[in-house]
Design a protein around this ligand. Sequence first.
Ligand SMILES: Cc1ncc(COP(=O)(O)O)c(C=O)c1O
Length: 351
Amino acid sequence: MEVSDLIRPNFIKLTPYSSARDEYSGKEGTFLDANENPFLSVTDEHFNRYPDPYQWACKEKLAAIKGVSPENIFLGNGSDEAIDLLIKITCAPKIDNILILPPTYGMYKVCADIQEVFVQEAPLTDDFEIDLDTVFDSVNSATKIIWICSPNNPSGNLADREAILQIVKAFPHKMVVVDEAYIDFSEAPSFLRDLEKYPNLVVIQTFSKAWGMAGLRIGTAYAHPEIIRILNKVKYPYNINQLTQAKLLESLGHEERKNEYVREILALRESLREELESLEMTQKIFPSQSNMLLVRFEKAKELFAFLLENKVIVRDRTNVILCKDCLRITVGTREENERLLDYIRQFEKTI
Ligand SMILES: Cc1ncc(COP(=O)(O)O)c(C=O)c1O
């Protein structure tokens, strides 16, 4: 399989915009090539120069942490940018399709809908495992991407590694994207270590969860260098701004702090689980390898409204496939979890 087989031919041929910083990437010089303001900025911090379009300093540091090469990394304005561009480079509008495994993260379908790309669905089983037969039945010749979210949002569970590998191996001519937004909260190893073996595999991660940088908007796609090269051709030339690159570089020096957050969140998740289990209106708490708990409650909709009235905001998933009567609860601080539990107990007394 050639990696280029996964990509729409127009993107293989595309001559991308050549920015000033593409044509001269040296740090020293008299810069009269990009129509910038030579007198610094109107703010005290200076932003008058365009940033590195390929974010090499960040990628080098990230590559060392993740055990990949900088050429395996695409940085996006959140992983949502990577999701959008992966669909763009593989799927012809009104012809091709992506396969999603609902219930799952909503942006795969939204990005496909925006681009007029068809969406095939192979729902997970009742306990949110991959249903391989349905996946194999749902893939057709126009399917370009199979999306697997693991740990999954909104269920929180980890997909079976062997099932994912079976899909990756069965469809070498299709892109298989494993979205690992929540992988830091899981004991399972990342699929990053499988990238070299499977050129059709793409792994997505984000700085928005365990790293605590959601407001910065940084997500990553890790893939074969040829896929990354095409993503770089298609992205906006300076998609990651200077401030974000600087803060990302800073955050990469604090991996241990991220690990501490993870340990703390996991401990809080387990105490939240225990407390929720002791409530009468809790019907089921699904297994989680993430920072969320999907919980089936008696009177879930009413509970959601009561919590909202009291400014405790959880996610109503009651109308989502396989999530009947379920609320998705992000693990908060000890105090936040206590407040949530207090209001649930209050509500419980009224029913
Ligand atoms: C599974 C999954 N992937 C990707 C994202 C998007 O993350 P980002 O903030 O990097 O765009 C989310 C956000 O909630 C998510 O749940």
